[in-house]
Design a protein around this ligand. Structure first.
Ligand code: ZN
Length: 342
């Protein structure tokens, strides 16, 4: 099975009333962890690579690892998504390589740090939508600014500094034609999201509900949605790590989001914590080990476990075989028809 359109996965998720985790990768072990979790839970999959991941891995390697995933797991629909494209050029290079979905994050300027104007955001996002849809590729945009920094990308703001304005979101979707929209409702990138235990008021769910009410047919995306579980933090700290006390987004809050139009949930930190804890444990308990497999295998297993749990919690488990993938060429025809009718 070829890599699949993200739009199709999100449309199916909307029909089924569930969410789909979008998990970040940099290497083979992380891709394998996600694919094994998907097979175990029978889940459709979104794998995403940031600019940092593409640079780290040399993206030709990453792309071919993803093709290997389609060969080894033919029963699983798999999307390869560019996370936080900082410019139309980044998105174009991803599309040319074979990514089936791209995020054009025009909420920040191309430096990935400076908040941009609404007009700039519309312009660069619209440009990417035209190029992507002609090839059947999905586009995610962002309106409002997320907190923190992800792989060097982000304004480093507090998560509540630039929440998404619902009317601006409507205008943005109409002017750009994006398939999915990342919104800022109080989440932040990285491990240090909240300095105290979140309450039901931590995320601005009312804001999310209002956006969904105004844009019922747009798939909403929650970034910075790792839960940063205490048990994974504890393993790292028990074996010599020095994480400061921190809290992530509780799974119940994500599930409230899913009940209100969230279809894509970005998770990266939880995978990092799981792998690092497993590696530290091997190093502490078996300092005589020097074969990388002795620590990468348990690291891969630990990541698989947390991903499988998220797939179940988000509701995507059990849905891998619900539908036949639509080829990108067919998606392109659909987009062309939509444009004509507008
Ligand atoms: Zn993000």
């Amino acid at each position: 099975m070829a890599l699949v359109s993200m739009r199709q996965l999100l449309d199916e998720a909307a029909k089924g009333g569930y969410g789909i985790g979008a998990f970040n990768v940099n290497n083979m072990e992380q891709i394998q962890a996600i694919m094994e979790a998907a097979r175990e839970t029978n889940s459709p999959v979104i794998v995403q690579a940031s600019r940092g991941a593409r640079a780290y891995s040399n993206d030709r390697f990453l792309y071919h690892l993803m093709l290997a995933a389609t060969e080894v797991y033919p029963e699983i629909p798999i999307v390869l998504h560019q996370d936080h494209g900082n410019s139309p050029e980044t998105c174009k290079s991803a599309i040319e390589m074979g990514f089936t979905s791209v995020m054009m994050d025009g909420s920040l300027m191309a430096d990935g740090k400076t908040p941009s104007s609404f007009q700039y955001n519309v312009k660069v996002t619209r440009e990417v939508v035209e190029i992507a849809h002609a090839r059947g590729v999905t586009v995610e945009g962002e309106i409002g600014c997320l907190g923190g920094v992800e792989d060097g990308h982000g304004a480093g703001l507090d998560g509540l500094a630039h929440l998404t304005d619902p009317d601006e979101a409507v205008e943005f979707v109409h002017q750009t034609g994006v398939d999915a929209l990342a919104i800022a409702i109080g989440t932040s990138h990285g491990a240090y999201k909240f300095t105290q235990a979140p309450t039901g008021e931590t995320l601005k769910i009312e804001r999310l509900i209002e956006i969904h009410r105004k844009l019922p047919n747009v798939h909403l995306v929650m970034h910075g949605s790792s839960s940063v579980p205490k048990d994974l933090q504890d393993i790292i700290n028990r074996y010599g790590g020095k994480l400061k006390p921190t809290w992530g987004v509780p799974v119940e809050e994500i599930q409230r989001g899913i009940n209100n139009g969230v279809r894509k949930i970005n998770v990266d930190t939880d995978s990092r914590l799981a792998m690092t804890g497993a590696i530290r444990k091997v190093f502490a308990e078996h300092p005589e080990e020097f074969d990388p497999r002795s620590y990468l295998k348990p690291a891969r297993e630990a990541m698989k476990k947390v991903i499988a749990q998220r797939m179940t919690e988000f509701g995507q488990a059990g849905h891998a075989g619900d539908y036949r993938p639509i080829p990108l060429a067919e998606m392109a025809k659909r987009y062309a028809r939509e444009t004509v009718t507008v």
